[in-house]
Structures are given as structure tokens and as C-alpha cells.
Design a protein around this ligand. Structure first.
Ligand code: ADP
Length: 467
């Protein structure tokens, strides 16, 4: 059998409450309807018996003949309802019809002397309710000879049927209304009750992958608090695990730096010797590979430092970004000259103060300018610019006229180890991940736009400015 559960709490509650409620309503209404119809039938039967009595008192024997004297008002009385038809018949105990409708069905055999008999029958096309009573008839009131006739009075069922229909409607309608209102209330109640879950969902959805602080359980219903606590517990474990990983990467990178520096010294010494061409080529290859590994190790270390780490909070201070940007740009002039790239710096007259870690901001600028120089072909242009046209924002722009970054890659290039397909410039795929981390820890936004003259790429970083 299929389980009576759905994927929705509201659906489950509605099913578990409304189905039993519906069954109860149907059984209860059926029972009440059956009882009410029995009572109503009783009342209608009593009316029918009254009508029979009115006929009975007007039935007497005169000169040996049975006479029924029914004036018009008594005939009217016989019809309780204008829509119904009524019939009567009197017959002798031997079964011969004395007066009235011969079409009425015969009374039950052996009619008791005292009790009226009720039955259903048909008169022509009509279905009727019939009461049969035995009435004594004698010429004089004082003569009780025991002679009697059988009187039958019948009426069609229209009034009874109308009554039972009205009864049914008046009983079923409130039940349907009750179930509908009950369902609506449950649905509204569940929606209202689940609202804190929605708030919790948006609170989690708004977080970045680095925000692993515990969720607040203040506005959460008691039923959901264990869930929040379990999530918080998981967040703590996740943070510990990430911290351990970060520490491991940082330590490994740090440990690798010394032997790499040693190897670099040896390749330097070997390059100073006059060696035959083949070993010279091998040493050159070794040196290039060592440069690449050193770069990777340095970037891993920079990334571990830039990532949010509660154990190693950066000490923030006020500094002038113009100074740092000018210095970093001039540090890379040599690399630019090697490729005949025109590296320009456009600063600002006034000091542009930021609150943060100058070393990290230098790393950010270094990565952006280094990328621009590496990816721009020879004889290209790279410009580092600082804009302060808004009072509380300083924008750093590093733009070039190189190959640019396609629109659909502009978000992905910030991912770790992600490199645009087809790039033949060697790299680690970590530079922009470091840029994003440093920007994030300084509450800055990074975006990529088109570069110089609509060509190339422009990396824009909006830093919050301090007075
Ligand atoms: P890496 O440069 O070491 O590959 P990054 O994270 O610095 O790693 O850059 C990621 C990718 O973004 C690069 O592989 C490159 O394709 C692209 N990219 C970065 N800067 C530029 C730029 N100035 N011009 C064109 N492409 C760039």
C-alpha cells in the first residue's frame, strides 16, 4: 500500500486531518439524517392518522348502509399540503369496497382492532403512504354490536420527499463548509508556522561559502531549534576542518620555500660555469621549472593568508592606497619593459585612505598588474588608475589591451585553479582567487569590464574609503 505521506508538511497535515474529518462528517451526517427522517416520518404519520380520524368520525351506519359525510373543509383537511394528493377508501371486513377509491391497495389481512397500520403502496402512478384503521360502526351510539369497517387514508409522498431533501442540504452544507474552512485554516496555519524556516533558508542562502559562523536560533520555533543546533554543530566541524586544511597548505608551502630557495642557488651556481650546450639547456629548463614551482608555492601561501581565518585575523590600519599602488606598479616596470609594454600609473593628488592591511592590498595590486603584463602581448598597454569620484569609494582599475576575458568567464576566473581554456601563458590559476579573498577581507567588490578602447580587460576594485 502506498504510504500516506507527501513531500510537504502542509500536504501531510491536510491529508491526516481532512480525510478522518471527512469520514467522520459523512458517517455523522448519515446517522443524523437517518434519525431525523425517522422522526419526520413519525410526525407525518401522525398527521395522516389525524386525517383518518376526521374521516372516521364522519362514518356511520344508517338503515344498514355505511355513510361517509365529508364536507369540503374536511376534504381540505385531508390534504396537509397543497402539492400532495390524498385518497380514502372504506371496505367491509369481508373485503368489499363500500365507498372511496377502489384503486387503493388492500389493507393488511387480520387488521388488529386497536392499532392503526402504516404501509406504502401505489395508487395509479402515485407512490403513497397509507394508514389503515378498523372503526366500529353502529346505528345508535348505545348499540355496540361489534360491527366494524376498515378505513384507509393515503397521501402522496411529495411533502415528505421535499422535507428530506431540505434536511439533507441543511445538514451537508455546513459540513462541507466546515471542512473547507478547516482545510483553509490548516493551510494558513502551516504556512505561518513554516515562515521561520523560510527565514532560516534565506539566512543560509545569503551567506558566502566562507561565512561559517553559527546561525541564530532566537526567532526559530522550538521544533526547528534542534535542526539549527545540528547545522551549527556541522558548521563548527566544517570550520575546524577547513582551518586544519588551511594550516596544512600554509605549513607545506612554508616548508617548501627553503629547499626551493636552496635549489635556486644551485641552478644559479651551475649557470655561472661554462658548460657544454646540452647541460646548459637542462639547467635552464630546471631554472624555469623552479621559478614556476616557487611562484605556485608563494601564491598558495598568499591564498592561505588571504582566506578568512579567525585564528589569524589581519591587523588593520589606515594607509594611502595611492602610495602602495604607485610603488607596486614601479616594482613591475622591469617586467613590462621586457615585453615593450607601456605601463602607466594615474594616481590622485590627494591621499586616498583605506582601512586594512597594506601588505595584502599590495599583493592584490601586484597580482592584477602582473596578470595584465603577462596576458597582454608585446607592445601593448597597461594602465593602473585610482578613481575617487564618489565620496566613500576608491576604485582601483587595472586595464590592458590584451586578449580580454569573455563575458561568461568573468565570474569563473576568480575560482581557484581555474584558467581560461586555450591560455598559453604559464600560470597557477590562483592569482585572481587571492585577489578576491583580499578584496573580500577589505569589504571591496571586484568586477571585470572591457579594457582600453573596448579591447582587453579592466579589473575594477571598489574599496570603501576612510576619512
Ligand atoms: P593565472 O594567471 O595564474 O592563470 P589567475 O587566477 O591570475 O591565474 O587568472 C585566471 C585566468 O584568468 C587566467 O588563466 C587567464 O586566462 C585569465 N586572466 C587573468 N587576468 C587576465 C588579463 N589581464 N587578461 C586576460 N586574461 C586574464
Amino acid at each position: 500500500m502506498k504510504k500516506l505521506t507527501s513531500a510537504s508538511i502542509a500536504g501531510d497535515l491536510l491529508a491526516y486531518l481532512l480525510i478522518p474529518l471527512g469520514v467522520l462528517a459523512v458517517v455523522g451526517t448519515g446517522f443524523a439524517y437517518y434519525l431525523s427522517i425517522a422522526f419526520a416520518n413519525d410526525a407525518y404519520d401522525r398527521e395522516l392518522l389525524n386525517s383518518a380520524d376526521s374521516v372516521a368520525i364522519r362514518t356511520r351506519r344508517k338503515s344498514g348502509r355505511i355513510l361517509v359525510d365529508l364536507p369540503p373543509y374536511v376534504r381540505n383537511l385531508l390534504r396537509h399540503d397543497n402539492s400532495d394528493r390524498s385518497f380514502y377508501r372504506i371496505e367491509s371486513t369481508t373485503g368489499e369496497v363500500i365507498t372511496g377509491d377502489p384503486e387503493l391497495p388492500d389493507p393488511p389481512a387480520n387488521m388488529p382492532l386497536t392499532k392503526p397500520e402504516f404501509s406504502y403502496g401505489n395508487v395509479g402512478p402515485y407512490r403513497v403512504r397509507i394508514v389503515s384503521i378498523r372503526i366500529p360502526v353502529s346505528e345508535k351510539e348505545s348499540e355496540r354490536t361489534g360491527d366494524s369497517v376498515i378505513l384507509q387514508v393515503a397521501e402522496t409522498l411529495k411533502a415528505r420527499e421535499r422535507f428530506s431533501q431540505m434536511l439533507l442540504v441543511s445538514m451537508v452544507m455546513p459540513q462541507i463548509l466546515m471542512i473547507a474552512i478547516g482545510g483553509l485554516c490548516i493551510w494558513l496555519g502551516v504556512r505561518r508556522g513554516l515562515r521561520p524556516l523560510g527565514d532560516l533558508r534565506s539566512a543560509i542562502a545569503k551567506r558566502s561559502q566562507y561565512e561559517l559562523t553559527p546561525l541564530t536560533a532566537d526567532n526559530v520555533p522550538v521544533e526547528v531549534q534542534p535542526l539549527v543546533m545540528a547545522i551549527n554543530d556541522l558548521l563548527v566541524r566544517l570550520r575546524d576542518d577547513l582551518d586544519a586544511q588551511r594550516r596544512f597548505v600554509a605549513n607545506a608551502a612554508h616548508q617548501l620555500r627553503t629547499p626551493l630557495a636552496g635549489l635556486k642557488t644551485y641552478t644559479g651556481i651551475m649557470q655561472s660555469f661554462q658548460l657544454p650546450p646540452e647541460p646548459t639547456h637542462a639547467v635552464q629548463q630546471l631554472d624555469t621549472a623552479l621559478n614556476r614551482v616557487t611562484r605556485m608555492v608563494n601564491r598558495l601561501l598568499a591564498l592561505a593568508k588571504a582566506e578568512p581565518n579567525p585564528a589569524m585575523q589581519l591587523e588593520k590600519k589606515k594607509f594611502d592606497i595611492t602610495e602602495i599602488a604607485a610603488e607596486t606598479t614601479s616594482d613591475l616596470v622591469y617586467e613590462a619593459l621586457n615585453k615593450r609594454i607601456e605601463l602607466a600609473f594615474e594616481g590622485s593628488e590627494e591621499a586616498l585612505m583605506l582601512n586594512g592591511d597594506p601588505g595584502s592590498v599590495r599583493e592584490l595590486i601586484m597580482n592584477l598588474v602582473d596578470n595584465a603584463i603577462r596576458y597582454t602581448p608585446e607592445d601593448g598597454h597597461v594602465t593602473v588608475r585610482l578613481l575617487s569620484d564618489k565620496p566613500d569609494v576608491v576604485t582601483l582599475i587595472v586595464e590592458d589591451d590584451g586578449p580580454g576575458i569573455p563575458l561568461d568567464e568573468r565570474e569563473r576566473v576568480f575560482e581557484r585553479f581555474y584558467r581560461v581554456l586555450g591560455t598559453d601563458v604559464p600560470g597557477t590559476g590562483l592569482g585572481l582567487a587571492i585577489v578576491r579573498e583580499i578584496a573580500r577581507s577589505h569589504e571591496a567588490q571586484v568586477r571585470i569590464e572591457d579594457g582600453i578602447g573596448g579591447k582587453g580587460a579592466a579589473f575594477c576594485v571598489d574599496f570603501p574609503r576612510t576619512a
